[in-house]
Design a protein around this ligand. Structure first.
Ligand SMILES: [Zn+2]
Length: 106
């Protein structure tokens, strides 16, 4: 599969695990759920690849900070209009930015 460019994909927050994925297959492209913070305030940000393939992957994020253990991302703390910095590269599938609640291709 080669990387694709997509129109902006809305990042829908799906807190319910069973609604987010079934058998490891994400149900809604671009959707996400976020785990509870650990002692350092780091969380897992699980997202469903925006390309539409259904694969899911975790990112290590901090709310308002970039965790020291890389690779990691800064999350703006929003569930309605989430943003991540830096860009997200789902290798072989999609590369872009999560900005104002939308996944935008590079
Ligand atoms: Zn994909």
């Amino acid at each position: 599969m080669s990387e694709v460019k997509t129109p902006p994909v809305r990042a829908q927050h799906i807190p319910d695990k069973a609604a987010f994925h079934i058998g490891g297959v994400g149900q809604v492209p671009g959707s996400f759920r976020i785990g509870e913070p650990d002692d350092d305030g780091e969380r897992y940000f699980w997202y469903c690849c925006p390309c539409g393939c259904g694969s899911i992957a975790p990112l290590t994020v901090g709310e308002g900070f970039k965790p020291a253990d890389g690779p990691s991302w800064t999350w703006n703390g929003s569930f309605d209009a989430p943003e991540l910095t830096p860009s997200v590269h789902h290798r072989g599938h999609w590369h872009g930015w999560l900005r104002n609640g939308e996944w935008v291709s590079c």
